[in-house]
Write a protein of this length. Structure first.
Ligand SMILES: *Cc1c(COP(=O)(O)O)cnc(C)c1O
Length: 401
């Protein structure tokens, strides 16, 4: 059969593939690079070269932790490698129940529920809870999985100014009384690294009787003295209705969870489609996640080291002259300006064995292209200083600082 390249769908595909080919031809394509070895997580082997990894979300350096690997191996011996189906039918294992209890305890919640990805968690939780005639209010910088969940729900979708509680208050005030309202935010914003203004948000939500959901993808293990997240960070206890998080970042596994009141969890266990119609977490991944929460509590030095490394990295970049926006966390945006400047910075850094990645439009506004760099507890301070030197030299060469 002749492939017709002149139809609208093929043209759409071609626009994209042309862009990818062009970037590759100009040595400006940095995505999907296969990593050969993960070593400590802070150093990786790419194309046979050892590089410092500054683009990973393994904030506490738990990947390859002996206790976690051992738990995963034990689970394979006990259960095998799959679950043969969905949780509500034949797919629930004792390790799933254990994991959910561990998460509930860690998050100081009555109960918890897991799903097979963080993305699916946001999609299914928001769209199960909300529907036509309801209102969802989402921070402008929320993660794509939250946006997709809001759109999928069919509820009225309102975006408020980034971390602006006056704007949230104003928008909630425009919604009629008695209507179901859900406010959703990232705890730590995945592009800018700043922390959501939880104390004021809780007040505003109370004022309007709105339900509050917070995504802790980048704050679990990062915020709070014991890594419990944003509530611990602000010294607030149990003020979030839906405490959502992932098992794929600080926790070196895969999956997502929500924690909250027992009734909410029972409801989601029987009504959310990603739970009812998608297979359960594999046993090794559930066991790894379960053990990781315990390691976080047993090894508090990791959080201290992460905080120390974060300060070192942000201060070093700032004193070199970079704009790092309002970050106070391990996600550090290094503003470059144009998309081309961000690509050039990436190429320079990678040529000097510093693995960073660019974020360009439309993911961020035009002119705000950046490197989005991350540090973890697995980095050594001397490595971080070396990475800052490489990034600063590239910044001078390209004319950013
Ligand atoms: C990564 C991320 C997710 C998705 O989690 P996965 O486990 O990768 O599917 C959801 N929300 C935020 C804020 C994220 O950064």
């Amino acid at each position: 059969m002749e492939f017709n390249i002149d139809d609208a769908v093929s043209r759409r595909v071609k626009v994209f593939t042309d862009r990818v080919s062009m970037a590759k031809a100009n040595d400006l394509y940095f995505y999907n690079q296969p990593i050969e070895e993960l070593r400590s997580g802070a150093k990786v082997l790419v194309h046979g070269r050892e590089m410092g990894m500054y683009a990973s979300y393994g904030y506490l350096g738990l990947l390859n932790h002996p206790r976690i690997n051992k738990a995963a191996r034990k689970a394979i011996d006990q259960y095998g490698t799959g679950t043969n189906g969905v949780r509500s039918l034949a797919g629930t294992l004792t390790i799933h129940d254990e994991l959910e209890e561990t998460i509930a305890n860690f998050k100081h919640a009555e109960a918890a529920l897991t799903f097979t990805s963080g993305y699916a968690t946001n999609l299914t939780v928001i769209s199960t809870l909300m529907g036509r005639g309801d209102y969802v209010l989402s921070d402008k910088l929320n993660h794509a999985s939250i946006v997709d969940g809001c759109l999928m729900s069919g509820a009225e979708f309102r975006r408020f100014k980034h971390n602006d509680m006056e704007d949230l208050d104003h928008r909630l005030g425009q919604i009629p009384d008695g209507v179901a309202k859900l406010v959703v935010v990232d705890a730590v914003f995945s592009m800018d690294g700043d922390v959501a203004d939880l104390p004021r948000m809780v007040e505003v939500c109370k004022k309007y009787n709105a339900y509050l959901m917070v995504d802790e993808a980048h704050s679990l293990g990062v915020l709070g003295k014991t890594g419990r997240g944003i509530e611990e960070h602000f010294g607030l206890e149990d003020v979030i209705d839906i405490k959502m998080g992932t098992l794929s970042k600080t926790i070196p596994s895969i999956g997502g969870y929500i924690a909250g009141k027992k009734d909410l969890i029972t409801y989601m266990r029987h009504a959310s489609r990603a739970y009812l119609f998608s297979a359960a977490l594999p046993p090794a991944q559930a066991a790894a996640a379960n053990e990781a929460f315990k390691v976080i509590l047993d090894e508090p030095w990791r959080i201290k080291k992460l905080n120390h490394n974060t300060q070192l990295f942000i201060n070093g970049l700032k004193s070199a002259g970079f704009d790092t926006l309002l970050t106070t966390t391990a996600i550090v945006p290094i503003l470059c300006g144009s998309d081309d400047q961000a690509f050039a910075m990436t190429r320079e850094a990678q040529h000097h064995d510093v693995f960073v990645l660019p974020v360009v439009s439309p993911a961020v506004p035009e002119g705000m292209a950046r490197l989005r760099a991350t540090v973890t507890a697995a980095h050594e301070p001397s490595d971080i200083e070396g990475a800052i030197d490489v990034i600063a030299a590239a910044g001078k060469q390209i004319g950013i600082i």
